[in-house]
Design a protein around this ligand. Sequence first.
Ligand SMILES: CC(=O)[C@@H](O)[C@H](O)COP(=O)(O)O
Ligand SMILES: NCC(=O)COP(=O)(O)O
Length: 244
Amino acid sequence: MTQLSVNLNKIALLRNSRGRDFPNVVEFAKKFIALGVHGITVHPREDERHITRQDARDLAKLLADYPDVEFNIEGYPSEDFLDLVEACNPDQCTLVPDAADQLTSDHGWDVAWHHELLEMVTDRLKKSGIRVAAFMDPDLEQIRRVADTGVDRIELYTEEYASTYGSPQQDAVLKKYIEASAEAQRLELEVNAGHDLDSHNLATFLTIPGILEVSIGHVLTVECIEQGMPTVVANYLDICKESA
Ligand SMILES: CC(=O)[C@@H](O)[C@H](O)COP(=O)(O)O
Ligand SMILES: NCC(=O)COP(=O)(O)O
């Protein structure tokens, strides 16, 4: 069964839009946990446009009381980010090659350029007992290169899958992800996935064998506004239960 990790970035974005602590990110984490999600994901960006460093610390404190709920912190491994991750000590850190001015995450690592950085950061975080994942395109050559950096997992960047879902390109694109996931597992890398997954496209994606975790936030948040959190979370958990 694939684990569902809910990304709280957009709850924080709403909170930041009014200059007071409402909606409260920790309270929404509790609501999602009460509905049965397996994990909480946040992506504290340098400009704190949504999740702040304090949010991450507050969530770390909350999740210490929920040992069965995983905490995943995503971000670019700057010194400031790494200090925050070590202070929060999450179950997992997902390394994302985002520049500070990017609108959102839109590519995986180019390991040829960043091999040394990934190797050094991974070694540092694993010494704290943190599982390390690398945010990757479904690119076989990049996945082969990342295998010897020491990362435990990859997170497949699924925007291309989501944007072609339901189009004539769907099957060819899905095949790329099937092959990328299989190659990662052949190299003894575990596989997560995320970005633009939603309640319509997720079930087909989870026909790919061995997807351990999906992290979902943007569309899930909108679906919760439309349909209510209980209905939406129950639907995602049902889909995750049926994963290959
Ligand atoms: C890494 C990834 O694809 C997402 O987890 C990312 O956190 C999205 O960031 P925004 O919510 O800032 O678009
Ligand atoms: N790693 C993906 C994630 O955490 C959430 O991505 P999205 O669902 O907000 O696109």
